[in-house]
Design a protein around this ligand. Structure first.
Ligand code: ZN
Length: 71
């Protein structure tokens, strides 16, 4: 059995980060992994380019949004 706590893939951060921080990160990251719905064409083709910058690969529009997920 691997000696990791129940923090899913955030276990890679190891010690030094509190469990709460890692739990939060897992929640944020799993949202991030889903494709976001484009506010222009309403299709789930939006990917995060960098913090707050999103690009839709369906209609090609780039727009600003929340740093980690839309809505
Ligand atoms: Zn779009």
């Amino acid at each position: 059995m691997p000696r990791t706590k129940k923090v899913k893939h955030a276990g890679r951060f190891g010690a030094g980060y509190g469990t709460n921080v890692r739990r939060k990160f897992v929640a944020v990251e799993s949202k991030q992994r889903k494709k976001q719905i484009c506010i222009f064409c309403k299709k789930p083709g939006v990917k995060r380019k960098s913090a707050g910058i999103w690009k839709c690969n369906k209609c090609g529009k780039t727009f600003a949004g929340n740093a980690y997920h839309l809505k």
